[in-house]
Design a protein around this ligand. Structure first.
Ligand code: NFE
Length: 480
């Protein structure tokens, strides 16, 4: 008989995500046969931004999330560059890259050591107190000296992430939420001292990436080869691309992969479906430039505060694997382990590029081009966040924001079913996941965490009550 489990909430992610999975025996093997991603918060930043000065978009949208604020600052700055018809000087473009890179590094290290490694490692006898317990411990976990080494680096990774924030703050003013990005570039002026300070921290962080992070990911995934065929999903990948280079093009290019082909991405093909979302039908099937955010908590058949972004009506997975695949640098496969490996390799690619970007800075030269605000504009800022492609769409009327829409990577990855009945990427990836013990569905957690979901990004205001389905088994994974 099928069992429905609700992970409420899923822990070790950002924000509140509920996952409901139905498990049944197929050929004698218990596995996930249905899945729903449930965003439990209402997203309201678009409403907050309406009527404000367009320049407010940079500080306001960073408050969507403390993990990827630089990506929101980048997307809103790019939208403002476009609205104001201004091009940043080379220093401005490079400084933006360096601060965004620092944020990617800390986020990717956070994901592996602090959000997902504990799905694989038995730390009994090593980590015995909160916040590491309570947690699932299953027979297939890695223990012994491998667990001890990973725990040591878990603690070291906390220090490395702090240094990555310190590094970014040299050109950002502060982190997590930065103060230096603006229309036309970055208000910081690089000096020899700041460049040297940045490089000192970067060199130490690159050493950790090369000597600990990538070896640890490689070691860990070596114990779990079956996860190369778990969490595969729809197999469609999409990126907008990021990190504009001096020679033109982007370090991580945009594009799409579907049906075995690499294709270009055109944001005009994006719409947001609300068939299963708590928004009025008039919000549905709209391009984000004309998107609406009108909540309807009582909507029949809906189960989440996330909309369902689609590209030409097709669900796409976003993230480091999509970017590295489209860049042609990682095409081993689409699975739980491929997401972990691609994320680690992308961290190295960005960190290595940052060292050469420091050489391209001109000390003492301004990072910003002056500009003035338009009365009317329709502007788009497309970039990448650690979790995947990020888009901001902004309309300006009478010198004020008249409409603002944000589509985050977790908005795509954790999206619900659409009007065609297609599951979102994470929902689809969960189908077929083996589940040996429904009281400890660690396999389900491994698939969820491979996407590194961030519900704070995907939805933006908390709802005071929580909804549970009568008769379902409630599983609390604890606060490990
Ligand atoms: Ni809250 Fe974010 C990233 C964005 S996730 S972390 O990365 O945008 O959807």
């Amino acid at each position: 008989m099928a069992t429905t489990i609700k992970l409420d909430p899923v822990t070790r992610i950002e924000g509140h995500l509920e996952i409901e999975v139905t498990i049944d025996n197929i050929g004698g093997a218990p596995q996930v046969v249905d899945a729903k991603c449930i965003g439990t918060m209402f997203r309201g930043f678009e409403i907050i931004l309406a009527g404000r000065d367009p320049r407010d978009a940079i500080p306001y949208t960073q408050r969507i999330c403390g993990v990827c604020p630089v990506s929101h600052a980048t997307a809103s700055s790019l939208a403002l560059d476009s609205a104001l018809s201004v091009t940043p000087p080379d220093n401005g473009r490079i400084l933006r890259n360096l601060v965004l890179g620092a944020n990617f590094i800390q986020s990717h290290i956070l994901h592996f050591y602090h959000l997902t490694a504990l799905d694989y490692v038995d730390t009994s006898g090593i980590l015995t107190d909160s916040p590491w317990t309570p947690r699932y411990v299953t027979a297939d976990m890695v223990g012994g000296s491998t667990a001890q080494a990973l725990v040591n680096n878990y603690l070291q990774a906390l220090r490395v992430r702090r240094k990555s924030h310190q590094m970014g703050a040299i050109f950002a003013g502060k982190l997590p939420c930065i103060a230096s990005f603006a229309a036309g570039g970055c208000t910081e002026t690089p000096t020899d001292d700041k460049i040297a300070d940045f490089r000192t921290l970067l060199t130490e962080i690159r050493s950790f990436i090369d000597n600990s992070f990538i070896p640890d990911v490689t070691t860990l995934i070596g114990y779990f080869p079956t996860y190369y065929s778990i969490g595969t999903g729809h197999g469609n990948l999409l990126a907008f691309g990021a990190f504009e280079q001096s020679a033109g093009g982007k370090l991580l290019p945009g594009g799409r992969y579907t049906g075995g082909s690499l294709l270009s991405t055109n944001e005009a093909a994006i719409t947001e479906d609300v068939t299963a979302s708590w928004f009025t039908p008039q919000c549905g099937k709209k391009h984000p430039s004309v998107g609406e955010t009108i909540p309807d908590r009582d909507k029949a058949g809906a189960y989440t505060w996330l909309k369902a972004p689609r590209y030409a009506d097709v669900p796409y997975e976003l993230g480091p694997l999509a970017r590295m695949w489209i860049a042609g640098e990682y095409t081993n496969g689409i699975s739980v382990l491929d997401r972990l490996m691609a994320r680690a390799l992308e961290t190295k690619k960005i960190a290595d590029a940052m060292d050469s970007w420091l050489d391209e800075l001109t000390p003492g030269a301004s990072g910003i081009t002056a500009s003035s605000l338009p009365q009317q504009a329709l502007a788009i800022g497309l970039t990448e966040a650690p979790r995947g492609a990020l888009g901001h769409w902004m309309s300006v009327d009478g010198g004020l924001i008249s409409r603002y829409q944000v589509i985050t990577p977790t908005g795509w990855n954790a999206s619900p079913r659409d009007e065609l009945g297609q599951r979102g990427p994470l929902e689809a990836a969960l189908i077929g996941t083996p589940t040996a013990d429904t009281s400890k569905p660690v396999e389900v957690l491994r698939v969820i965490h491979s996407f590194d979901p961030c519900l704070a990004c995907a939805v933006h205001m908390i709802r005071p009550d929580s909804q549970r389905i009568a008769g379902s088994v409630i599983v609390q994974p604890g606060i490990s």
